[in-house]
Design a protein. Structure first.
Length: 643
């Protein structure tokens, strides 16, 4: 069993994609670098017999190397899942989830003093954390009720309690394809397997398709129902809106699932529980347009959803100018997604998204389109959308943006090669193979014939020899045998070199604030608001829009970076303001020390993606972040920032 601190150290090593220094680890773990080095030695001796080792590179840091996947998995299972001791959370977000878990798992009163002792924090800190606990529980219509002697317990409808349990107790233990469990909190492993088998058999007979994520969610919800029913907790009533559920095919399937589970697990389900399971099937069944014609899709989806989809695409285009609003596949896919999703929104179901963090980090623009979509749904239907759902919506926008890239006009390319036909042909076919979607290869020519080229018919030249003449198109100079540097040159020219150069030059000294002592997100917002108002870059309502966007889904993207921005363009100019902190702070449950406040000009026709592409270089590199955090002057900062 790992000690708490050693366990947290291992988690950081597992999360790191590259070498990570003891200094970086000390900041995240809130210990000294010396403590990190001592703990590293202890961890290394533990890992030696468990399929892993720690690679140490002098001056660069540490990296976890897994030598036996099975041994290491067994070690993790034993260390993190089967032991009685939990890894005690150190950040506020982790403590908040811990408190919610404790409230959900007990029918007895919980005392503040006991929680403070468990978490090794003061009573005042617990009271502060409870404010966020109460806010999060509001979305499930649950309240923390005070009891005598500083005690508290959860209060709310059973159905809301279960939805909350599925998110905080069990869904956080779901892998992409496998369901793990806590024996003390749920059911025996064989009972979970039986539930899964019964569901699979009944949906197969009924020809209903569920995604793996939806299947796991349904297993969890039925497992929770079994546990709660055995403890004497029943769903007393289902909302009036569900009266028509009994006419649905999913209700019949739910009855069959329940009957088989009753016989197998010896649990008696009341009628209301059948409707509860039917709600889940209605909200999670997978609808695919690949087997339907456009006409059949229009017949299948009602006018209200088609109208909602149209309004969503109009609003996304208006606010973000992504030029994907005419994509028929996006319209169809989004409409089909919204049909079951609206059932989830209506009944406040949570469909866990194991890809949430990856989508936020790697597809920030599609995620923003999802945020805009959530705003339209809120305005038209009145439903608050969880960031899990926003990330699912983002996948549709991400796919549309990728389709747009593929269909974009190829750049017409002429090759200039001085070493003969053989090498020219090699270069020609290598480029044609590597950049089939980006380049249209016009042909090859010699240096002395460059002046004869019709520059109206090409967009760029790739040359193996310097071209000194002044010509009308960009020239990329490469080696005849292409290496990594050559590909990097070509990629830079094809994708974002111009955007990065422009963005780099727009970094302004008066908008770079280094080594600030702030300890909360609100302190940072207040400081930036005062600075930007004094520079007349924003109006008095700007930060309200930033906070509104933050409330939908925290803008922390991992790697200690947050990119706050308003929910809609608010300013007359595009700008970004940077702020680094002396110490990391909690930001939506993640550790953040590098903040980039981003504002895009109103009615801008520029590509919103460009600024995020530049920031992507920072997001993807822990090394760059650490270098930027050490900067004490603007000149240092600009020299480190990717250009």
């Amino acid at each position: 069993m790992l000690e708490n601190r050693t366990g947290n150290l291992l988690k950081q090593l597992m999360a790191a994609e590259d070498l990570i220094t003891s200094e970086q680890l000390s900041k995240v773990l809130h210990v000294t670098s010396r403590t990190v080095r001592n703990d590293m030695k202890e961890l290394e001796s533990l890992l030696a017999a468990n399929g892993a080792k720690i690679k140490s590179v002098r001056g660069q840091g540490y990296q976890l190397m897994i030598e036996s996947d099975q041994l290491f998995r067994n070690f993790l299972k034993e260390s993190f899942h089967e032991g009685k001791d939990e890894i005690i959370p150190t950040l506020k977000g982790g403590r908040v989830h811990y408190i919610i878990n404790r409230l959900l798992l007990t029918d007895k009163n919980l005392k503040l003093e006991d929680l403070a002792d468990e978490l090794f924090i003061s009573k005042s800190t617990i009271q502060n954390d409870l404010k966020e606990v109460k806010e999060l529980l509001k979305s499930y219509d649950l309240k923390v009720e005070k009891t005598g002697n500083s005690g508290m317990r959860l209060k709310g409808e059973e159905v809301n309690l279960r939805f909350c349990m599925s998110e905080y107790l069990f869904n956080r233990k779901l892998d992409h394809t496998e369901l793990t469990y806590d024996p003390a909190a749920l059911l025996l492993n064989e009972e979970l397997t039986a539930i899964r088998t019964i569901i699979l058999e009944q949906i197969r007979i009924a020809a209903i398709t569920l995604s793996d994520i939806s299947l796991n969610n349904l297993v969890v919800h039925i497992a929770i129902a079994c546990k709660r029913i055995r403890e004497g907790n029943y769903i007393s009533a289902i909302p009036k809106e569900t009266n028509d559920i009994t006419d649905e095919k999913e209700y019949t399937v739910s009855k069959k699932i329940v009957k088989t589970i009753e016989n197998t697990l010896h649990v008696e389900f009341p009628e209301t529980e059948v409707a509860y399971i039917a709600i889940h099937l209605l909200g999670t069944k997978l609808l695919s347009h690949h087997a339907l014609t456009d006409g059949e899709v229009l017949d299948f989806i009602d006018e209200r959803i088609l109208g909602l989809t149209t309004n969503i695409l109009d609003e996304v285009e208006h606010k973000m100018n992504l030029q994907i609003d005419k994509d028929k596949e996006l319209f169809t896919g989004l409409s089909l997604h919204l049909k079951p999703a609206i059932n989830r929104f209506r009944y406040k179901m949570n469909l866990r998204n194991p890809l949430l963090d990856d989508i936020k980090s790697n597809y920030p623009i599609p995620f923003e389109a999802g945020v805009v979509t959530a705003g339209v749904i809120k305005k038209e239907l009145g439903y608050d959308i969880h960031e899990n759902e926003i990330a699912f919506l983002a996948l549709h926008f991400g796919a549309a943006m990728e389709r747009k890239k593929v269909s974009s006009k190829k750049k017409r390319c002429m090759i200039v090669c001085a070493s003969g036909v053989g090498s020219a042909n090699l270069l020609y076919y290598k480029l044609k193979s590597q950049y089939s979607s980006e380049l249209e290869m016009i042909g090859t020519t010699e240096l002395y014939k460059v002046k004869e080229i019709n520059f109206n018919e090409i967009d760029l030249i790739i040359s193996t020899i310097p071209i000194k003449e002044d010509i009308q198109v960009p020239v990329i100079e490469v080696n005849t045998i292409l290496g990594d540097r050559d590909f990097a040159k070509i990629n830079g020219a094809l994708y974002s070199k111009k955007a990065k150069t422009s963005a780099y030059s727009s970094i302004r000294e008066e908008l770079v604030y280094l080594q600030k002592p702030f300890e909360t997100k609100e302190e940072i917002f207040a400081f930036l608001e005062a600075e930007l108002l004094s520079l007349e870059l924003i109006n008095s309502s700007f930060m309200d829009h930033v906070r509104e966007r933050e409330n939908v889904s925290p803008t922390c993207f991992g790697n200690m970076v947050a990119i706050p921005h308003p929910n809609t363009p608010q300013t007359d100019k595009t700008f970004w303001a940077f702020c680094t902190l002396q110490k990391p702070i909690d930001w939506g449950g993640k550790s953040v020390q590098f903040i980039c406040l981003l504002s895009v000009q109103k009615n801008s026709t520029g590509d919103f993606q460009e600024l995020y592409d530049v920031l992507g270089d920072v997001l993807d590199s822990p090394t760059i972040i650490q270098q930027l955090l050490k900067c004490k002057s603007f000149s240092e900062f600009k020299s480190v920032f990717p250009s």
